[in-house]
Ligand binder design. Structure first.
Ligand code: ZN
Length: 95
């Protein structure tokens, strides 16, 4: 059984791939395109959790990152949902 998170990551991965393909077909050069500012693994995760209502916490316009307590990589984004704060790691929180 697929979780909501997994479904949302799939939806966002397909949408991102479609956008990049459309831009390629339209002749958009790489550095002006979505492909230059996105990542096939990370971007669908960021968009999926936003789809679930998590809002990235920003400091001076940048996403706040912390060391993930599970994988120990400096990859966990800090998100707000209502008044609660969450740390979601694109490596560990994909399920
Ligand atoms: Zn992690």
């Amino acid at each position: 059984m697929q979780t909501l998170r997994q479904t949302n990551i799939e939806i966002e991965a397909k949408a991102l791939a479609a956008t990049i393909l459309q831009e390629k077909e339209a002749g958009v050069v790489h550095f002006d395109g979505t492909a230059a500012v996105t990542d096939a693994f990370l971007t669908p995760f960021f968009r999926a959790v936003q789809r679930e209502g998590f809002q990235a916490k920003l400091e001076r316009g940048c996403m706040v990152l912390r060391r993930c307590i599970r994988c120990n990589k400096y990859s966990a984004g800090v998100y707000l949902k209502g008044s609660e704060e969450f740390e979601l790691c694109p490596l560990c929180d994909r399920h």
